[in-house]
Design a protein around this ligand. Structure first.
Ligand code: AHG
Ligand code: MN
Ligand code: MN
Length: 348
């Protein structure tokens, strides 16, 4: 490493690994026994393995689809299946998880084989987010959400996983981008760790992330404009007004990998929206795998996440794979979008 590349680590006190960090923070967790720390470690191991596959994509044969239509009705990519397999394998081996729900698997996957008290965490996963981007070298990611098996539950079943987002005990994501970064929260702020490929460790590079209250960027698939509800169409027209004194217009940034759009907006300020459309009347994104975990992260960073009416974290889930409209990002931007959606505000 040259002098310059060390600068960021020097700024923050240098070389705190994810492993050290979770051990130091363990006492913040209620009923901490070390099991949760081991669970995060297991997820980070899977992330490193998926990252390794990703870095060789195009050289090894991991592009293309599997020929399977997944439970979402979407074409499953080879990397979707591979990421799913690696995360399930790491969680199974780790022994702290009793049940997995995955976007790539129609049923919940029970892990615990007996009820000897081991493995009390439920993990819900989008193993590979943005997978349709993978063949063209665009950032993709993994999103995870963690719950506790409710006390006295017995054998873990899918109903145990159907908990509202505010009951998450941890959540986070990995972006496999220009570098690989893991960001997570346990309800005590948000921290980000960049994978140093030379030593194979996630190092703390983004301590205590706060999302700016307001932002200059909005992310939405505007190709669906004609099927948005009226209030949203007005909001977008307002965003595009040439009113320098009000900080308008904003810039559009839409990668088409939710986790990558979210990560940029988290660091720079911005709003990501995936509303209801004619084609997807409940929105496209999944409540349990995408909306809830990133809603927990964004709230912990000082931002907001709603379905256009209510906070995402308050929604009572009915199904593992259910979808929800989503407005997520800088607090003030979410509030302004709501004013337009409610019809309290107009273009003037
Ligand atoms: P996934 O790859 O896990 O199925 O998620 C794809 C999602 C999300 O990542 C992205 O923001 C959105 O789909 C893009 O959808 P559109 O192509 O409809 O804009
Ligand atoms: Mn996704
Ligand atoms: Mn996915």
């Amino acid at each position: 490493m040259d002098g310059n590349s060390d600068v960021r680590l020097e700024e923050i006190g240098a070389y705190i690994t994810l492993e050290q960090f979770i051990i130091e923070r363990q006492e913040e967790l209620a009923h901490s026994t070390g099991a949760f720390s081991r669970l995060i470690r297991d997820l980070s191991v899977a992330a490193k393995i998926v990252n390794w596959h990703m870095r060789r994509a195009g050289i090894t044969d991991v592009f293309g689809d599997t020929g399977v239509i997944n439970v979402q009705g979407e074409v499953q990519q080879v990397m979707d299946a591979l990421a799913h397999k690696e995360f399930v394998r790491a969680l199974r081996r780790g022994g702290e998880c009793c049940l997995i729900g995955s976007e790539e698997h129609s049923e919940a996957i029970p892990i615990r084989t007996n009820d000897d008290g081991e493995g009390n965490y439920i993990v819900l996963l989008d193993p590979l987010d943005g997978s349709s981007n993978i063949e063209v070298n665009v950032s993709v990611g993994t999103i995870f959400s963690i719950y506790r098996l409710p006390d006295g539950w017995g054998e873990p079943t899918v109903e145990a996983a159907l908990q509202a987002g505010y009951r998450q005990v941890g959540a986070g994501y990995i972006v496999y981008g220009s570098s690989t970064i893991l960001v997570y929260t346990t309800g005590h702020g948000v921290n980000g760790f960049t994978l140093d490929p030379s030593v194979g460790e996630f190092l703390l590079t983004h301590p205590d992330i706060r999302i700016p209250e307001d932002g200059k960027m909005y992310s939405i698939n505007e190709g669906n404009y004609n099927s948005f509800e009226d209030g949203l169409r007005k909001y977008i027209k307002w965003i595009q007004l040439e009113r320098e004194e009000e900080g308008l217009p904003l810039s559009t940034r839409y990668i088409g990998s939710f986790v990558a759009d979210f990560h940029r907006n988290l660091l720079k300020g911005g709003l990501y929206m995936y509303p209801a459309t004619r084609k997807s009347p409940n929105g496209k994104l999944r409540l349990m795998y995408e909306a809830n975990p990133l809603a927990f992260v964004v709230e912990q960073a000082g931002g907001a996440a709603t379905n256009g009416i209510q906070p995402i974290l308050q929604l009572e889930p009915e199904k593992l794979h259910q979808r929800t409209p989503l407005y997520i990002g800088s607090k003030r931007m979410v509030e302004t979008a709501h004013q337009f959606l409610r019809g309290d505000r107009d273009l003037k």
